[in-house]
Design a protein around this ligand. Structure first.
Ligand code: ADP
Ligand code: MG
Length: 338
C-alpha cells in the first residue's frame, strides 16, 4: 500500500483555472474526504490522480513514486465513478471482470478474482444478473468491485453515493468505511455532502473554487472553521453568521472582534433576563431536536437548535444568549481571527 501526495498541482481548462496550486498528503491507509460545492474542482482532482487529465504544474506521488506523467494503468489508482459507469448488457460478473478481460488476464485468474470480490462485496447471489436487475446499493457495490479487482494502492471515489436515497446512503457510508478498513488501501473520496465529509474522513479537505480552504480532522474543522465559507459549509443547520455591529447583547458583553460573528445553532441558549429578545418565526421538528428560526429586534435572523420537547411555539419571544466560549470571530476577508 502507499501514501498519496499532491505537490503544487495546478489545472486550467483554457483560460479558466480549476485547481490552483493544490497541496495534499494522504498517509498510507488514510481516508481523505474532499468536500466542496458543485463545480469547485473535485472530479478534476480525482481525474488528475487517476491520470485521466494531465496536470499543468506540480507533482503527484503514489507511494513516493512520481506518477504525474504516467498513463492511468501504470498508476495503481482505481476510480469509482459517480454514475457507476456499468455496462448495461453485461452481467455483474463480466462487469467486474471487464478490465481484466481487456488486459488478457488468464480465465482462471479472472474467475478467482471475481469470486473474491463478490464475496467481499456480498454480491455472490447477483453475479449473473444485469445491472438493471440490481438495487441502487448493489449497483454501487458492483462499481466498487470494478475498482477492487484491480487491487489498487489508491481508491478514488467520485461522489459514489449521490444517486442513492437517504437511508441507503447512510448504510453505504458505513459499508465503504468497513471495506476501507478491511482492504487497508489509501482512499481519496470527494463529495458535496457535508454529512459524508464529517462522518467518513480521517482527514477532511474543504475545497472552494479550486483552492483549499482548510485541511484537518473533521471535528477540528467543525470546532474551529478557518473561514466563513467553511463555517457555512460544514454543519447542518449551518452556523449563524452575523455582522458584528448587529450582535448587540447577544454575545453577553463579549467584545466584538472582526467583521462577522459566528455561533452554531446548538450553542445558542435561552437565557431569561439576559441576551436579546427574538421572535420565533418557524419551528421545524427533526425528531430528537427542533430547529427554530427566529428574528431579533435588530432584524438578525438566527437558527437555534434545541432538544425536542422545548415547548417553543411560533410567535414566542425568546431570550437568546450566545455564550462567549462558543463564539467564532471572522475578519473582513472572511478568515478566522479567533
Ligand atoms: P466538481 O466535481 O467539484 O463539481 P469539476 O472538477 O467537475 O467540479 O469541474 C470544475 C470546473 O471545471 C467546472 O467549472 C467545470 O465546468 C470545469 N471543467 C471540468 N472539466 C472540464 C473540461 N474537460 N473542459 C472544460 N472545463 C471543464
Ligand atoms: Mg464532480
Amino acid at each position: 500500500m502507499a501514501d498519496l501526495t499532491l505537490d503544487g498541482v495546478r489545472k486550467s481548462f483554457g483560460e479558466t483555472p480549476v485547481l490552483q496550486a493544490l497541496d495534499l498528503a494522504v498517509p498510507d491507509g488514510g481516508f481523505c474526504v474532499v468536500v466542496g460545492p458543485s463545480g469547485c474542482g473535485k472530479s478534476t482532482l480525482l481525474r488528475l490522480v487517476a491520470g485521466l487529465e494531465t496536470a499543468d504544474a506540480g507533482r503527484i506521488l503514489i507511494g513516493g513514486r512520481d506518477v504525474t506523467r504516467l498513463p492511468p494503468k501504470a498508476r495503481s489508482a482505481a476510480m469509482v465513478f459517480q454514475n457507476y459507469a456499468l455496462l448495461p448488457h453485461l452481467s455483474v460478473a463480466r462487469n467486474i471482470a471487464f478490465g481484466m478481460e481487456i488486459r488478457g488476464t488468464p480465465r482462471a485468474d479472472i474467475a478467482a478474482r471475481v469470486a473474491d470480490t463478490a464475496r467481499i462485496l456480498r454480491l455472490e447471489a447477483q453475479l449473473d444478473r444485469k445491472p438493471r436487475q440490481l438495487s441502487g446499493g448493489q449497483r454501487q457495490r458492483v462499481a466498487m468491485g470494478r475498482a477492487i479487482v484491480r487491487d489498487p494502492q489508491v481508491f478514488l471515489f467520485d461522489e459514489p453515493l449521490s444517486n442513492l436515497d437517504a437511508q441507503l446512503r447512510a448504510e453505504m457510508r458505513a459499508e465503504i468505511k468497513a471495506l476501507h478498513a478491511r482492504l487497508g488501501a489509501t482512499a481519496l473520496y470527494v463529495t458535496h455532502d457535508q454529512i459524508e465529509a464529517m462522518t467518513m474522513g480521517d482527514i477532511l479537505v474543504v475545497l472552494n473554487g479550486g483552492r483549499v480552504e482548510q485541511i484537518g480532522p473533521p471535528e477540528e474543522i467543525y470546532r474551529r472553521p478557518a473561514s466563513t465559507f467553511v463555517a457555512r459549509f460544514i454543519g447542518a443547520p449551518p452556523m449563524n453568521l452575523i455582522p458584528s455591529t448587529t450582535a448587540g447583547s447577544l454575545a453577553a458583553g463579549a467584545p466584538a472582534r472582526g467583521e462577522t460573528l459566528g455561533i452554531r445553532p446548538e450553542h445558542l441558549k435561552l437565557a431569561p433576563g439576559a441576551g436579546v429578545e427574538a421572535t420565533a418565526r418557524r419551528i421545524e421538528p427533526h425528531g430528537a431536536d427542533t430547529f427554530i428560526q427566529a428574528t431579533t429586534a435588530e432584524g438578525v435572523d438566527l437558527t437555534i437548535r434545541l432538544p425536542a420537547g422545548n415547548g417553543v411555539r411560533a410567535g414566542d419571544q425568546l431570550p437568546l444568549l450566545a455564550p462567549p466560549a462558543h463564539l467564532h470571530h471572522f475578519g473582513a476577508d472572511g478568515r478566522r481571527i479567533a
